[in-house]
Ligand binder design. Structure first.
Ligand code: ASP
Length: 347
C-alpha cells in the first residue's frame, strides 16, 4: 500500500513538471487573429504576371507567419504587428523600409505609427532617412518617450540614443523606385506608389499594377488586446517634407479594444482629411454597428464621394475582420486560430 502511494506521488510530481515545461498561456487562443496589407491600387489580373503574383503572395505569407508565430506563443498583439511589418519593411516589393519610394530630391523619407488598443497609447515617426525599421522606432517612441510623434533629425537622434539600427540612406535605394521617380518627374506629378502598364518582373515588379504600397498590420492576441501599425515611404516625387496619413494617429492607424484596430493605405491627403481610421472606430462606438459596416461606410461611401482612393484592414476585439478597398485591388491577408493563411490580391 505504501509503495502504491509512493508511486502515485512520483507520478503526480512528474505530471506537474511536464505541465510546467510548457509555456502557460493565460488567454483565449481561439480568438488570435492577424490581418495585414501591402498596399492598394490599380492591381488587376491584366497588370499581373505569374512571377509578380507569386513574389507578392510569398512575401505576404511570410509576413503573416512571422506575426502569427508571435501570437501562437502567447505574445502580444503589438509584438505580432511589429514582426509582420518587419518582414514587409525588409522586402523591396513594398513601399516601406527597403524599397520605399523617392522624394523629389532623390531621398527616401519614411513614416510609420503604432497604436495599442488596451492603453490607447500611440507612437509615430515622420520623415526619417537612416532608421532601418521605422515601425520599431514608432513603437519605441510610444514606449520610451513621453511623446507621440517625432520627426526628421530629432527622431533619428532619439533612435540612435535608444540603440536602434541605423543604416546608410543607400540601404533603402532600389533602382526601380528610382526610375519611378524619374518618370513621375518627367510627368510632373506626385505619384502614389504603383501605377502604370504591365511589364516584366525585373522591370516592373515594384511599380506596375499597383498604386499605394504602404504596409500595415492589425492583430488580436489571446488576452483580448488589439494593436495596429502602418509603415510607408509615402508618395513618389513628394516634396517639402510632405507627410501622409500613415504616421497620423486616427488617419492611417488607430486601435481601441472597445471598438477595433485599423491600418490604412491610399491617397494620404484624403485619409487625413477624412480621419479614416478613427472614423471607423467612432462609427462602431456611437452607432453600435459592426466593424464591417463601419469600414464599408468610410471606405466605400465617404472616401468614394470625396475622391479618396485606397483601403483599410480592420479587426474588432471578437476577431471579426474587414478589408474593404475602393481601388482595383489590395494586397491583403489574414490568419486566425486555425492557422490557415488567406492571401488575396484582387477584388
Ligand atoms: N497612404 C500613403 C501616403 O499617402 C501611401 C500609401 O498608402 O501607399 O503616404
Amino acid at each position: 500500500m505504501r509503495k502504491i502511494f509512493l508511486c502515485f506521488l512520483v507520478l503526480l510530481f512528474c505530471a506537474n513538471e511536464t505541465l510546467h515545461a510548457q509555456p502557460v498561456i493565460k488567454g483565449d487562443m481561439s480568438k488570435i487573429t492577424l490581418v495585414i496589407h501591402g498596399g492598394a491600387g490599380t492591381i488587376t489580373r491584366e497588370n499581373m504576371t505569374p512571377e509578380k503574383e507569386k513574389a507578392y503572395q510569398e512575401a505576404l505569407q511570410q509576413a503573416l507567419q512571422a506575426g502569427y508565430a508571435v501570437l501562437k506563443k502567447g505574445g502580444t498583439s503589438m509584438d505580432a504587428v511589429e514582426a509582420a511589418i518587419h518582414i514587409m519593411e525588409e522586402s523591396p516589393l513594398f513601399n516601406a523600409g527597403k524599397g520605399a519610394v523617392f522624394t523629389n530630391d532623390g531621398k527616401n523619407e519614411l513614416d510609420a505609427s503604432v497604436m495599442d488598443g488596451k492603453t490607447l497609447k500611440a507612437g509615430a515617426v515622420a520623415g526619417v532617412t537612416v532608421v532601418k525599421s521605422p515601425i520599431t522606432l514608432a513603437r519605441t517612441i510610444m514606449e520610451a518617450s513621453e511623446h507621440v510623434m517625432l520627426a526628421g533629425k530629432g527622431a533619428e537622434q532619439f533612435a540612435r540614443e535608444r540603440g536602434l539600427e541605423i543604416v546608410d540612406p543607400s540601404y533603402f535605394y532600389t533602382e526601380t523606385r528610382f526610375r519611378q521617380l524619374n518618370k513621375a518627374k518627367e510627368e510632373e506629378k506626385v505619384q502614389l506608389d504603383h501605377s502604370g502598364d504591365k511589364g516584366s518582373l525585373d522591370e516592373n515588379i515594384f511599380t506596375e499594377g499597383n498604386k499605394f504600397g504602404t504596409v500595415g498590420a492589425v492583430a488580436l492576441d489571446a488576452y483580448g488586446n488589439l494593436a495596429a501599425g502602418t509603415s510607408t515611404g509615402g508618395m513618389t516625387n513628394k516634396r517639402w517634407g510632405r507627410i501622409g496619413d500613415a504616421p497620423v494617429i486616427g488617419a492611417g492607424t488607430y486601435a481601441n479594444n472597445q471598438t477595433c484596430a485599423v491600418s490604412a493605405t491610399g491617397h494620404g491627403e484624403f485619409f487625413i482629411r477624412s480621419v479614416v481610421a478613427y472614423d471607423i472606430s467612432a462609427l462602431m462606438e456611437y452607432k453600435g454597428i459592426s466593424v464591417k459596416q463601419a469600414a464599408d461606410e468610410v471606405v466605400m461611401k465617404k472616401l468614394v464621394q470625396r475622391g479618396g482612393e485606397g483601403g483599410v484592414i480592420a479587426l474588432d476585439a471578437k476577431g471579426n475582420v474587414a478589408m474593404p478597398f475602393n481601388s482595383e485591388g489590395m494586397y491583403r491577408g489574414y490568419l486566425k486560430a486555425d492557422g490557415k493563411p488567406t492571401v488575396l490580391i484582387y477584388k
